[in-house]
Design a protein around this ligand. Structure first.
Ligand code: S3P
Ligand code: PEP
Length: 431
């Protein structure tokens, strides 16, 4: 594919966007709909490639799922109704799909093979394989189960107490999904609190889960019942426009229907610390996930330090935060973020490499990066490296670059935000 010429040389950004559905919640709505009994309807589903991979995997497990744009109906057969797949379960580019699916399949008495794309083949799986094997599943894969393709033969599971070595909502969720099929109680303790969409969804489907600080427990053998899920907009997608409106001069952008779950709002906290101009208006909670609208205007920003418990609350926003930091006054330090190395790309390397191509003053550290702000960006040819969040971050960087910017591998953006360029275009004001 030819490199895409990005939008540059704009005067300001102005307008309103309805942020597309949350990726994490869309995945879980299909998964819980598939293991529950009865019909689940999903509204404002994200029809991005990752969530479509989740639908296709569950269809291969015998679940009847109809998807038309942002609306999905799942005819839940109940967990016992899942059937041995005849084909390989292809998770595409999606870490959430493979890891949560492993938790579900760990308790099923049949054999499955899971595989995905080149990026998935490099992402660590032992973190999920180890606790699920301890619960009683038989899982193997390349390099002793660290990498795809993986094979799973589920078993009679027993509940465990497990302390996560890394803060990961995907690993926590996989263990909880296996725990729902286990004998007794399963407890997961996290080093830092991560997104709690799985816990909220267990409750939405009529199940019980106990959460106490960084510890979460479920009892096995609970019955889940199909329901209606209203998916709020994805704050991780909104983040690109929060950033864009903050750094493009004379801008005002309204982002409607943004998910405001406190385990995800680290980006709002950081923008606040940096001096951003945001006005947040919460909506009355119509589902178990809070949401609201955010009006963001251009502001002079200053550097900050991002570390510790804040990191899991903004883990996917670090590429766009790095770009914001190039425009802030002073230095921004991001640490405790080693997990970035095992995302769709090594996001420490890809952010540093690509932003440097546009003139940013940024360096990698052992567990994050250091950005010296106040640097004008120039034109160039950059690459997403097949990573949607790197691609979108670079498209926002182009808005403030002096000179033309071309993006290689721009289609990667379809993984989480297929209407990204349309939305960006609709906000753009030229002279
Ligand atoms: O549970 C989820 O939906 C996700 C958890 C995070 O991954 P980790 O669990 O690997 O931190 C995040 O980066 C990913 O985009 C979605
Ligand atoms: C890391 C991400 O997703 P996943 O782990 O599901 O591939 C992401 O969306 O930034």
């Amino acid at each position: 594919m030819e490199a895409k010429k990005l939008i540059t040389n704009i005067t300001s950004l102005s307008g309103t966007i309805n942020v597309p559905g949350d990726k994490s919640i869309s995945h879980r709505a299909v998964m819980f709909g598939s293991i529950a009994t009865g019909r689940t309807t999903v509204e404002n589903f994200l029809p991005g490639e990752d969530c479509l991979s989740t639908i296709s995997c569950f269809q291969k497990l015998g679940v009847r799922i109809r998807q038309e744009g942002t609306s999905v109906t799942v005819e839940g057969p109940g967990i016992e109704g899942l059937q041995e797949p005849k084909e390989i379960l292809d998770v595409g580019n999606s870490g959430t799909t493979i890891r949560l699916l492993m938790g579900i399949l760990a308790g099923r008495p049949f054999h499955s093979i899971l595989a995905g794309d080149e990026s998935i083949a490099k992402r660590p799986m032992t973190r999920v394989v180890r606790p699920l094997a301890e619960m009683g599943a038989t899982i193997d894969g390349r390099m002793g189960g660290e990498y795809t393709p993986l094979s799973i033969k589920g078993g009679a599971l027993k509940g465990i107490g497990y302390t996560l070595p890394v803060a990961s909502a995907q690993v926590k969720s996989a263990i909880l999904l296996a725990g729902l099929q286990s004998d007794g109680i399963t407890t997961v303790v996290e080093p830092e609190k991560t997104r709690d969409h799985t816990e909220r969804m267990i409750r939405m489907f009529g199940g019980r889960v106990e959460a106490d600080g960084k510890s979460v427990s479920v009892e096995g053998g609970q019955k889940l019942t199909g329901t209606h899920v209203l998916v709020p907009g994805d704050i991780s997608s909104a983040a690109f426009f929060l950033a864009a409106a903050s750094i493009v001069p004379d801008s005002t952008v309204v982002l409607q229907n943004v998910g405001l779950n406190p385990t995800r709002t680290g980006i709002i906290d950081v923008l606040g610390m940096m001096g951003a101009d945001m006005d947040i208006c919460g909506q009355p909670e119509s589902s178990s996930e809070p949401s609201g609208s955010i009006t963001v205007k251009t502001a002079g920003l200053r550097g900050t330090v991002i570390e510790g418990g804040l990191i899991p609350r903004l883990i996917d926003e670090i590429p766009i935060i790095a770009l914001i930091a190039t425009q802030a006054e002073g230095r921004t330090v991001i640490k405790d973020a080693k997990e970035l190395k095992v995302k769709e790309t090594n996001r420490i390397d890809t952010v540093v490499t690509e932003l440097r191509k546009l003139g940013a003053d940024i360096e990698a550290s052992e567990d994050g990066m250091v950005i010296h702000g106040g640097t004008p960006l120039h034109g160039g040819t950059v690459s997403s490296h097949g990573d949607h969040r790197i691609g979108m971050m670079l498209a926002i960087a182009a808005l403030i670059s002096k000179g033309e910017v071309y993006l290689e591998d721009s289609e990667a953006i379809n993984v989480s935000y297929p209407t990204f360029f349309e939305h960006l275009q609709s906000l753009t004001v030229h002279d």
